[in-house]
Design a protein around this ligand. Structure first.
Ligand SMILES: Cc1cc2nc3c(=O)[nH]c(=O)nc-3n(C[C@H](O)[C@H](O)[C@H](O)COP(=O)(O)OP(=O)(O)OC[C@H]3O[C@@H](n4cnc5c(N)ncnc54)[C@H](O)[C@@H]3O)c2cc1C
Length: 383
């Protein structure tokens, strides 16, 4: 185990995660290599009356770590049990490593849009996956967890929320390939595509999981030319089994600028959402809704279309299907769509973003708010 205190070489790197808008300043960083290190860190925090914070990648950081920050990023073991179709991973493992290891056995995890996200943080928040409408939430597949409890004891439990997780065992699914990718539509098409996607999603089989993202692409050379400097509607599709092209045909017929739909190995599923793996500063919030009436689509367009008050990526996920039977936190069977906003802080600072989020979310008739998609600010259940 390595430890770092403020001012020491390595402290800055050890406290820097994916979310750069929240600067942690812990009194001690414990770069843990196993459960014993974590237990020792918890006991140390108890002895000195310090808070305990844990971080794998930093994608989900909401508030700065203060007392003892347990960094799990070195705990990256992955073991697949093909006979039981399970994976057992260390607390710092990211989805990319599980996807690669499981694929060697014809299996796949219920991973999400970005392979760089941490398995444990994702699963503790529910885990909304690319295959979610068929297989439900990742949290529902947890078999067991090794945790360090608040008194610093290492325990094996089925309740992953019982302390600092040091290892997680969960079920995999028999998936090797899917039909998926993205359809990217030009700025002027946004109102039409929002309505078309909403109408298309009223009657889709559970084999198809989809989301729609409104994305302001910067006018920079690194952005491919058809998308550069435009507000794009990006329809994301992941379909299992035969019939994917037929299901996607009505949206394809709308004439996207870029069409990446294809049959792909699950190992390439990160290309579906194609989210940039670059650390940045962001504020994020969300609501879950049962319906998407035209008035909500208009509010979404106002918030994240060409006239957006702050640069925002707005994502709507279709839920339903197997999600309806889920028991995960913050989740109700009436949850049909997420509406989630992720706004870049560097450009405007946080205040205009908070105002824009309030304007979008406050009037919505919602069925909940998902902790997984609250970034850079505290989450209060029920708020
Ligand atoms: C680009 C991006 C894409 C995303 N895509 C999806 C998606 O498709 N589906 C989805 O469901 N979510 C998604 N998320 C949300 C993501 O699941 C949450 O932000 C999650 O908390 C990230 O976990 P992490 O370990 O990567 O982040 P971290 O910031 O390292 O951890 C987040 C939190 O998880 C808890 N935690 C982490 N490790 C432990 C541990 N060992 N023991 C106890 N608690 C722990 C802590 O509360 C910690 O603050 C995405 C987020 C981003 C930024």
């Amino acid at each position: 185990m390595k430890t770092f205190i403020p001012g020491q070489d390595g402290y800055a790197a050890a406290t820097a995660g994916f979310q750069t808008g929240v600067r942690s300043a812990p009194e001690l960083v414990v770069a843990a290599e196993g459960a014993r290190d974590v237990a020792e860190a918890v006991r140390h925090a108890n002895a000195y009356g310090l808070t305990v914070d844990v971080e794998a990648t930093g994608h989900g950081r909401r508030t700065p770590a203060e007392g003892v920050l347990i960094s799990t990023r070195r705990m990256t073991d992955v073991a697949i049990d093909p006979a039981r179709a399970t994976a057992r991973v260390g607390a710092g493992t990211t989805w990319g490593a599980v996807i690669a290891a499981a694929a060697e056995h014809g299996l796949a995890p219920l991973s999400g849009s970005a392979p760089g996200v941490g398995v444990v943080g994702y699963t503790l928040g529910g885990g909304f996956s690319l295959l979610g409408r068929r297989y439900g939430l990742a949290a529902d597949r947890v078999r067991s967890a090794e945790v360090v409890t608040t008194d610093g004891t290492i325990e094996r439990t089925t309740d992953a929320g019982a302390g600092v997780v040091t290892a997680l065992e969960f079920g995999l699914v028999s998936v090797t390939s899917l039909y998926g990718g993205g359809l990217y539509f030009d700025t002027l098409r946004l109102p039409d595509i929002l309505r078309a996607w909403r109408d298309w999603t009223t009657d889709l089989p559970d084999a198809l999981t989809t989301s729609l993202a409104l994305i302001p692409y910067p006018d920079l050379p690194m952005v491919p030319q058809p998308l550069r400097g435009k507000h794009i509607a990006h329809v994301r599709v992941a379909h299992l089994g035969a019939g994917g092209p037929e299901l996607a045909a009505p949206l394809r017929a709308k004439g996207p600028l870029v069409d990446t739909l294809t049959t792909m190995p699950f190992t390439e599923s990160g290309a579906i959402a194609a989210e940039p793996p670059i650390p940045h500063a962001y504020l994020g919030d969300n609501r879950v809704v049962a319906h998407l009436p035209d008035s909500t689509l208009a509010a979404i367009l106002e918030h994240a279309g060409p006239g957006a008050p702050v640069p925002t990526v707005l994502i709507i996920d279709l839920l339903g299907g197997a999600y309806a039977h889920s028991t995960a936190p913050d989740f109700t069977p009436q949850s049909r769509y997420t509406v989630r906003a992720l706004s870049v802080v560097e450009t405007t600072g946080p205040d205009p973003i908070r105002a824009a989020h309030a304007k979008l979310f406050d009037p919505l008739a919602t069925t909940g708010r998902l902790r997984s998609f609250v970034y850079g600010q505290p989450f209060r259940p029920g708020s």
